[in-house]
Unconditional design. Structure first.
Length: 566
């Protein structure tokens, strides 16, 4: 295999090392080649998730390498801790279950016991993922950005700390089932000595503090690899190990996924970090070539925006026939706590007898639910609330229609469109990418500067929002569609065949008839707003026409009608 100069330097390096690898730069290939050069040494490869683990194991078997053990952080920790402690394991706890375990009693018309339970569980998971050895070593309030949630937690801080320690103690004694993050914490605190000469830590920008602590204390030679600008799991209490470890560093700056136009856009997006005093240093070279369009994905920041777009394209505009939701449709119509979109709708309609979820059964009204969400930062349940408020009684019909058109994972390649949040699409790539408008914009970054100065907004959280847009843009291999207000002002489009502001689909399926050209369609308010913004930015009529998918004469007429010349 022919390696680039950057890859070769990494493969030949001896000693500890951290590698900044941009999207599509052959990170996995580099790791496997590094292992092949050391096939007589025992090597541990820590993969980001199970799918990466399985892919790496398959490639290692194809290469005939049997000296590498591939594990995720949790699978490694589980094999060291859980089987020998006879713990019972469960995936998660719901707020009402925690309230019952801790004997937090409700007051009439008040949900403070559920809010308290939600914060306790969040603190439990924060501690388990941190490098801290004791609960008192960390400040839970620093993790909260929502003002209502912070206000509640500040007022009840002592109670939250007390019940967090009690809940952890109950798991430790085996009085209640443990969660996955708990045995990860036990693994870290046991100070394990791992029998490997080399440890390769993938996706280091999203490492948990607990796993990073266990990793750096090993005597093995350590390689940590990732992209510091792809850190998007701060809400899961991830830490950016690439910034925390003091190892010699090297780069993988050449992306084989996308071309130089997308590389320029990516750099412009990351430069927004300079507005908030964050590091935007990155070297990206786009070496990819345009491919035929065989795969398409719509990416959104939030679940509610994604489902709304699916409804719009599949049902209201009838642009699609077959779709696929990354991570399964249920992950978008059920909250993390288990409540479904139908339960939320029944609460909205005051049909409480139809609610199945135990948590939502305890909530007196839809307004109480919204109040609960404001003070607990439950984003998955809030997404369902947003959808119910937008579509009301049409929700059952829309969801059933989506289910009818959704293909199984085995037929994903037959879907006209894949729908996914950025978090679920991380590490994936598609020929054509459509980015929704719920990502952070340059203007929002600029508007946040005063809030950062007043310590009302965490700059790290804002930088992660910029990272989300960067990750979304770098999923494409050929064609990227991005709303005009998300384009940084420092970026000028040179290759309109690669980057476009036109979010309209041009898919023609067997069941569709040919649609009239967009030049004959009426101008929408959104399109007029985009035209105004492009005009103010100094784009030429030709550029605006290409971005909006209109003829130059149509743009001229609309400019005149809107009196933009004067």
């Amino acid at each position: 295999m022919q390696l680039t100069d950057e890859q070769l330097r990494i493969v030949e390096h001896e000693g500890n090392l951290k590698v900044n690898a941009v999207a599509g730069s052959g990170k996995t290939t580099t790791i496997l080649q590094y292992a092949q050069r050391r096939e007589s040494s025992p090597i541990l490869y820590l993969a980001f998730n199970k799918s990466v683990k399985l892919e790496a194991e398959y490639k290692l078997s194809q290469m005939g390498l049997n000296n590498v053990r591939v594990e995720t952080a949790h699978s490694l920790a589980y094999k060291y801790v859980a089987p020998y402690q006879r713990y019972k394991l469960r995936f998660d706890y719901k707020a009402h279950e925690i309230a019952a375990i801790l004997n937090l009693r409700p007051k009439a018309g008040d949900l403070s016991h559920l809010k308290l339970a939600s914060h306790v569980y969040r603190f439990v998971r924060y501690f388990c993922n941190s490098k801290a050895h004791k609960v008192v070593e960390i400040n839970y309030l620093e993790t909260l950005s929502n003002l209502e949630s912070l206000s509640f937690a500040t007022e009840n801080h002592e109670l939250i700390v007390h019940y967090t320690r009690l809940f952890l103690a109950k798991m430790h004694k085996g009085e209640i089932d443990i969660i996955h993050d708990f045995y990860l914490k036990q693994f870290q605190l046991s100070k394990p000595i791992l029998p490997y000469d080399y440890i390769l830590f993938d996706e280091g920008q999203d490492a948990s503090g607990a796993m990073l602590d266990a990793f750096v204390n090993q005597s093995a030679r350590k390689i940590i690899i990732g992209d510091q600008h792809q850190q998007i799991y701060g809400w899961r209490f991830a830490t950016n190990a690439l910034q925390l470890v003091d190892f010699p560093d090297m780069d993988l700056s050449k992306s084989f996924r996308f071309n130089q136009e997308v590389a320029r856009l990516s750099k412009s997006i990351l430069q927004l970090k300079t507005e908030i005093g964050q590091n935007s240093k990155v070297n990206i070279q786009g070496l990819g070539n345009q491919q035929p369009i065989n795969s398409r994905i719509t990416l959104a920041r939030s679940n509610s925006k994604l489902v709304s777009r699916a409804i719009e394209l599949l049902i209201q505009q009838k642009e699609l026939n077959k779709i696929y939701f990354e991570g399964h449709l249920s992950s978008y119509t059920f909250s993390d706590d288990g409540g479904s979109i139908y339960d939320v709708l029944n609460l909205y309609n005051n049909q409480r007898h139809l609610i199945k979820d135990d948590l939502l059964k305890t909530i007196p009204s839809f307004d109480h639910l919204k109040d609960y969400l404001e003070e607990t930062s439950d984003t998955s349940l809030k997404a369902l609330v947003d959808l119910v408020e937008k579509y009301h009684k049409d929700i059952p019909f829309f969801i059933n229609r989506i289910k009818e058109c959704t293909v199984d994972e085995a037929d994903k390649d037959k879907a006209d469109m894949v729908f996914s949040t950025v978090h679920k699409a991380k590490g994936m790539e598609y020929d054509q990418v459509f980015i929704m408008d719920d990502f952070i914009s340059e203007q929002q970054v600029i508007d946040s500067k005063s809030a950062i100065k007043a310590q009302e907004v965490n700059p790290e959280a804002l930088a992660e929002e910029i990272n989300l847009l960067y990750v979304a843009a770098t999923r494409t291999k050929s064609k990227l569609h991005i709303p005009v207000h998300l384009l940084p002002t420092s970026y000028q489009i040179h290759d309109f065949n690669t980057v476009s502001n036109n979010l309209n689909l041009t898919i023609k399926t067997r069941a569709q008839k040919t649609k009239p050209q967009r030049s004959n369609q009426l101008w929408s308010k959104m399109e007029e707003a985009e035209l105004k913004q492009l005009f103010i930015q100094g784009k030429t009529v030709k550029e605006i026409a290409m971005l909006l998918g209109r003829s130059q004469s149509a743009v001229m007429r609309r400019v005149e009608k809107l009196d933009l010349w004067f």
